[in-house]
Design a protein around this ligand. Structure first.
Ligand SMILES: NC(=O)C1=CN([C@@H]2O[C@H](COP(=O)(O)OP(=O)(O)OC[C@H]3O[C@@H](n4cnc5c(N)ncnc54)[C@H](OP(=O)(O)O)[C@@H]3O)[C@@H](O)[C@H]2O)C=CC1
Ligand SMILES: CC(C)CCC[C@@H](C)[C@H]1CC[C@H]2C3=CC[C@H]4[C@H](C)C(=O)CC[C@]4(C)[C@H]3CC[C@]12C
Length: 346
């Protein structure tokens, strides 16, 4: 099951208005998974059913015999997540792989001062690899009263996992959670006291660090029950997310520079196909043999060859446990509030 695989839309964002299709990492992953094994059953969990249907049709055009179903879920709404979980429990007995791919970076803004000073510093490659300190976002509050980036990128996924736990936990045949995190995840952007990132302007960076912490905690709590979690960084990929940072024309303009930078960094994967490398690699691994403290990076060499590199995450296991406990508490509160408001509505 894969959430956030759709992203089929015209470059302007007007659905169905243009035949030009822009793929995200999720859809590229689906194509690569079906090429790897066309016997699998794929369930695409998307917020927009029209885009989900278009994604399904596009996958079927390449793999006509594939078994693909769709499911509606908006990770920014707890009600929708709970409804989706109920539907999953009705449809399936076991989920072998859950790709937690959906993610947002709303209203991004580039800090040109940081960019220019980074350009002439020794940290220039690090800056291009991680985007550290270069981007700020304007977050908003969802109907559940939570920060949108936190709910969409972290908490919605967490509630979904918890709600379908029985389908994921089978000691005799392990299941895998695979999160699309980022090298933009930064410890200093995250605080346990403000884990939703209400106060700062780097909600994306904070949410991806939260993802890394959560994955470590999930391994500690669920490995013995046959559930394993890993995090991936797809590298810098041209998708709706990056086209939200700068207009396509500007990206086109700086593309030759990016090809040049590719000689010095392996993180400019650029295409969704390349970006999905580590996600696909994890599909082939025995989860019991993976180190929970590693992040798996999709890499593309200057000559365009894809490979996977693992790097140790900058986190402490105690913080991951504290964060996990905070999420459990928040889940209890928010689900209680949700059921109370549904009772009231009846
Ligand atoms: N592109 C990059 O350079 C990098 C991306 N990533 C991560 O990769 C993942 C995929 O992003 P990418 O393919 O680049 O970008 P896209 O914007 O193309 O894909 C994001 C996906 O998430 C879905 N989504 C967003 N909000 C919700 C929601 N509330 N409920 C359900 N689904 C939702 C989108 O659905 P819809 O189709 O309806 O918009 C879309 O399918 C993200 O987690 C991102 O943070 C990490 C590092 C770098
Ligand atoms: C002003 C221009 C001429 C050039 C600006 C370039 C920047 C906009 C981009 C340079 C590096 C990019 C990024 C690096 C890491 C990505 C990370 C892995 C992710 O998850 C989301 C996107 C990135 C932060 C991405 C964003 C654009 C850059 C900062």
């Amino acid at each position: 099951m894969i959430d956030g695989p759709s992203s089929l839309q015209s470059p302007q964002g007007h659905h169905n208005s243009s035949p030009k299709v822009r793929r995200g990492i999720g859809l590229a992953l689906c194509e690569r998974l079906l090429t790897e094994d066309d016997q699998i059953h794929l369930c695409l969990a998307c917020r927009n059913m029209q885009r989900a249907k278009a994604a399904r049709i596009s996958l079927l055009s390449l793999h006509p015999a594939a078994d693909i179903s769709i499911l509606q879920v908006n990770l920014g709404s707890l009600k929708s997540v709970c409804q989706a979980a109920t539907e999953v429990k009705q449809r399936y007995r076991q989920v072998d792989f859950l790709y937690l791919n959906a993610g947002i970076m709303p209203n991004p803004c580039i800090n040109l001062k940081v960019f220019l000073s980074g350009l002439f510093s020794r940290k220039v490659i690090h800056m291009f690899t991680t985007g550290e300190g270069l981007l700020t976002q304007k977050d908003q509050i969802t109907d559940d009263g939570l920060q949108e980036v936190f709910e969409t990128n972290v908490f919605g996924h967490f509630v979904l996992i918890r709600a379908i736990e029985p389908l994921l936990c089978h000691v005799d045949s392990p299941s895998q959670l695979i999160w699309t995190s980022s090298s933009n995840a930064r410890k200093s952007a995250f605080s346990l006291l403000d884990y939703q990132h209400i106060q700062g302007q780097e909600s994306y960076s904070s949410s991806k660090y939260a993802t890394d912490l959560l994955s470590v905690a999930l391994n500690r709590h669920f490995n013995q029950q046959g559930l394993y979690s890993s995090v991936v960084c797809p590298g810098l990929v041209m998708t709706n997310l990056t086209y939200g940072i700068m207009p396509s024309l500007l990206w086109m303009f700086i593309m030759p520079i990016m090809w040049l930078i590719r000689i010095f960094t392996n993180s400019f994967t650029i295409t969704p196909y390349n970006g999905a490398e580590a996600l696909l690699w994890l599909f082939r691994q025995k989860p019991e043999l993976l180190d929970p403290l590693l992040k798996y990076h999709s890499c593309t060499s200057g000559l365009g060859n894809n490979y996977v590199e693992s790097r140790k995450m900058n986190l402490e296991e105690e913080s991951s446990e504290l964060f996990y406990q905070k999420l459990l508490e928040l889940e209890k509160q928010t689900l209680k509030k949700l059921s109370e408001s549904e009772e009231e509505y009846k």
